[in-house]
Design a binder for this molecule. Structure first.
Ligand code: ZN
Length: 423
C-alpha cells in the first residue's frame, strides 16, 4: 500500500542512548533494540472508525520510539499493515449499506491524512491484508504440511470438503508466554475479541482461524490448495512481520487490547513458521477513554482526529495532548486536556519565536534521557515547559547573563526530531 509523506527529521548534535521499554510479557524494562538494526511491527488499523484517539495515541507513541531509535543511531525498519478485509469491516459495511471496498479505501485514506497531519513517520513496509493473501496462503500450506494446522469442515454448501484451516496450538510449547493468562481468561477474551471458542470441530477452543473458506456473500481469493477464501487476522500480521522485518525482530507493538488473543496468536504463528522465533519484546499502549468509557462506535463516544482537525484544532496540539500521557497508561480524552495542550503549544511557540533563550544543551540531554527511560514523554514535555517558562520570564526582563542566542532554534529542532512536534 502507499504510505503518507514522511516528515523531515532534523539532525541534532550528539546522540541519544539505548532506549528501554517495558516488555509486556516479563513486566521488565529491556533495551528494545540491542543491535545496530531496530525492527518494529505495529499492528495497523482495520479501516472503519479511523482514526479515533485510541489509534492516534498508539501510532504517535510508537512514532516517538522510532524517533528515539533513529536519534540513538539505529537503522530503523518499521512495518505495519492494514486489515482491509476482516469480519468487523464486513459487518460495518453491511450495517451501513456501503461496499466493503469503498469503506476500506475511504477509511485508509483518512487514516493516512491523519497520520501525515500528526507528523507520524510512515512505515517502511506497509501491506494490506488483501495484498498479503498469496504469502498467507503459502504460510498456511506450510503449517498444514508440518502438522501445526488442521482443517475443520464448514457448514456452508459452498464447501468442497477442504474446510476452514485452524492452527493447532498444542504443537507450540511456548503458547501463552506473551500474555501469561490462565485458560479461563484466555477463552473469555477470545470470545470477546473475535475468536470462536465454541466452533464445532476444533481440537481446542482457543485454536485460531488461519484460513476461512468462501461463504455466500463474502469476498474470497484464490487459496491454491486451501480453496478460495480469506486470511485469518493473526496469521496476516505474522506473515507481514516475517516478510517485512525477518524473524526474530525487536518489538511487536499495539494497543493493550491486542495482547490477547492477537499478539499471543501471531507470535505463536511466527514461532512455528520460523523455528522458534517471534518478536523479542512486546510493547503495548494504554486504552483511551472518552466520557468515562472506552471509545467505541456503539457507545457513540468516538473522538476522531479528522473531526478535531475539521474544527480547526492544531494537529500538533493533538500530538501534545497524547504525549502528556505515558504510553502504557490508560487515560481519558477531555476538553481540559485538549485546552492544556493548546496552551502548551502556544507557550512553546512564544518562547521559540525570540532570538535568544536559556541554554538548550540541557534540554536536549534531558529529553533524550526521558525518552530512553521507557518513553517518558510527560517528563520530556515538562523539560521543554521549564525551558519555555524560564526563557519567557527572562525575555520579559530583557534577557540575562546566561542567554544563548541560538537556543530557540536548537530547542525547536529537539522538539521536532524527538517528539515530532513541529513549531
Ligand atoms: Zn496485528
Amino acid at each position: 500500500m502507499l504510505t503518507w509523506p514522511a516528515p523531515q527529521i532534523p539532525q541534532l548534535p550528539g546522540r541519544g542512548g539505548p532506549v528501554r521499554v517495558r516488555d509486556t510479557s516479563s513486566g521488565r524494562l529491556v533495551v528494545a533494540a540491542p543491535g545496530q538494526d531496530a525492527g518494529l511491527y505495529v499492528c495497523g488499523i482495520t479501516p472503519y472508525d479511523a482514526t479515533h484517539m485510541g489509534h492516534a495515541a498508539t501510532y504517535v507513541h510508537f512514532d516517538v520510539l522510532v524517533r528515539a531509535w533513529k536519534d540513538a543511531g539505529h537503522r530503523v525498519r518499521y512495518a505495519s499493515n492494514v486489515t482491509d478485509v476482516d469480519d468487523p469491516l464486513l459487518e460495518r459495511a453491511a450495517a451501513t449499506g456501503v461496499d466493503w471496498r469503498d469503506l476500506a479505501q475511504e477509511q485508509t485514506a483518512l487514516y493516512a491524512q491523519d497520520m501525515a497531519a500528526l507528523g507520524v513517520v510512515p512505515p517502511d513496509v506497509y501491506v494490506g491484508a488483501v495484498e498479503s493473501v498469496p504469502t498467507v496462503v503459502a504460510a498456511v500450506e506450510h503449517l498444514l504440511a508440518v502438522g501445526a494446522a488442521y482443517r475443520v469442515p464448514t457448514p456452508d454448501a459452498l464447501d468442497d470438503g477442504l474446510g476452514d484451516v485452524y492452527a493447532d496450538l498444542s504443537v507450540d510449547p511456548d503458547f501463552g508466554a506473551v500474555a501469561g493468562l490462565d485458560a479461563a481468561a484466555m477463552i473469555s477474551l477470545a470470545r470477546e475479541r473475535g475468536g470462536d471458542p465454541d466452533r464445532v470441530g476444533k481440537r481446542s477452543p482457543l485454536d485460531p482461524l488461519l484460513w476461512r473458506r468462501e461463504r455466500v456473500g463474502e469476498p474470497a481469493w484464490d487459496g491454491a490448495s486451501l480453496g478460495r477464501g480469506r486470511p485469518g487476522w493473526h496469521i496476516e500480521c505474522a506473515v507481514i512481520a516475517r516478510d517485512g522485518l525477518g524473524l526474530p525482530f525487536d518489538v511487536q507493538g499495539g494497543g493493550s487490547d491486542l495482547v490477547f488473543p492477537h499478539h499471543e496468536m501471531s507470535t505463536s504463528h511466527a514461532r512455528l513458521l520460523d523455528a522458534g522465533h517471534g518478536a523479542a519484546t512486546h510493547v503495548h499502549t494504554g486504552m483511551v477513554a472518552y466520557e468515562g468509557a472506552k471509545m467505541s462506535k456503539s457507545l457513540g463516544n468516538l473522538v476522531l482526529v479528522s473531526a478535531l482537525r475539521a474544527q480547526g484544532v492544531d494537529p500538533m496540539a493533538i500530538r501534545l495532548a497524547i504525549l502528556a500521557h505515558r504510553y502504557r497508561d490508560d487515560w481519558e480524552w477531555t476538553q481540559d486536556g485538549q485546552a492544556q495542550a493548546e496552551q502548551r503549544l502556544a507557550t512553546w511557540r512564544a518562547a521559540l519565536s525570540g532570538n535568544g533563550g536559556r541554554d538548550a544543551a540541557p534540554v536536549i540531554a534531558t529529553v533524550r534521557e526521558a525518552l530512553a527511560d521507557d518513553l517518558d514523554t510527560p517528563r520530556a514535555l515538562a523539560v521543554v515547559d521549564d525551558w519555555a517558562d524560564r526563557t519567557l520570564a527572562a525575555a520579559a526582563q530583557g534577557g540575562d547573563p546566561t542567554w544563548a542566542p541560538g537556543a530557540p532554534g536548537l530547542v525547536a529542532r529537539t522538539v521536532d526530531a524527538l517528539l515530532g512536534v513541529r513549531l
